[in-house]
Unconditional design. Structure first.
Length: 235
């Protein structure tokens, strides 16, 4: 309902969305949900479009947050309880900080508004999140088994999972996949139809560069060790 006069106030108050147009009386403004600061009704279309963009951004973030939580928590839980994997806590902190830095750019990401009114569908959000998280979790376990076949050698005094190089491989895989997941959760179609923002791409490339550089160093206090370029390519 739109209106500008005192006699429109009751209707504006009862409407699901009451809009006081530019130049409306104080009574109409007080009863309305939205007040237009410019003449014309094009601002209503713009407001609806912006609200749908914000909603899609919140939806994309929710799916990513749930999916990456399932992937990280379940993956490291299985590694710890099944394989007795002692992953350095400091590296988990680095993964969390790099993920947060990339996620912050979602606030300025390029998002396409939906063509129909939006509403929260928690079943859809959890279904996507569980599917993405489960696929990445399965990929993590397959990679772990493949690494065992490659690195497992006789007369080993230290369990293969708690050596510095496997720590580096797990760190690199978790850092890359967790951040690349953002580009999956934000899509509703082909990648070329929903190009990410420059800020998101720059944040992703910077964090990936830092992660790859870290795999070439021997950081004693983090219990990781440099790995070959072949393993980096496999990851």
């Amino acid at each position: 309902m739109t209106g500008d006069g005192t006699h429109d106030a009751p209707a504006l108050s009862r409407a699901n969305v009451g809009i006081a147009v530019e130049g409306a009386t104080d009574a109409a403004r007080g009863a309305a949900d939205i007040m237009l600061a410019e003449p014309g009704f094009s601002t209503i279309v713009h407001a609806i479009r912006v609200s749908r963009v914000i909603f899609q951004g919140m939806r994309n973030y929710s799916i990513y947050a749930y999916a990456v939580t399932i992937r990280i928590v379940m993956s490291f839980a299985i590694l710890a309880f099944t394989y007795k994997f002692d992953f350095p806590p400091f590296m988990i902190l680095i993964i969390a900080l790099s993920n947060d830095g990339t996620i912050m750019t979602l606030s300025v990401d390029r998002v396409l508004p939906s063509m129909t009114p939006d509403s929260w569908d928690l079943i859809e959000i959890f279904a996507f999140a569980i599917a993405y998280g489960s696929i990445l979790l399965l990929q993590r376990q397959v990679q772990c088994l493949a690494r065992d076949v490659e690195l497992n050698r006789p007369q080993r005094t230290t369990p293969v999972h708690n050596e510095p190089q496997p720590h580096t491989i797990v760190y690199l895989q978790a850092a890359i996949i967790s951040q690349a997941l953002i580009f999956v959760t934000r899509l509703h179609g082909f990648f070329s139809m929903e190009r990410p923002s420059v800020a998101l791409m720059c944040a992703f490339y910077i964090t990936q560069l830092i992660s790859i550089i870290a795999t070439y160093g021997d950081w004693g206090f983090t219990k990781i060790q440099a790995i070959s370029g072949g393993w980096i390519g496999i990851v």
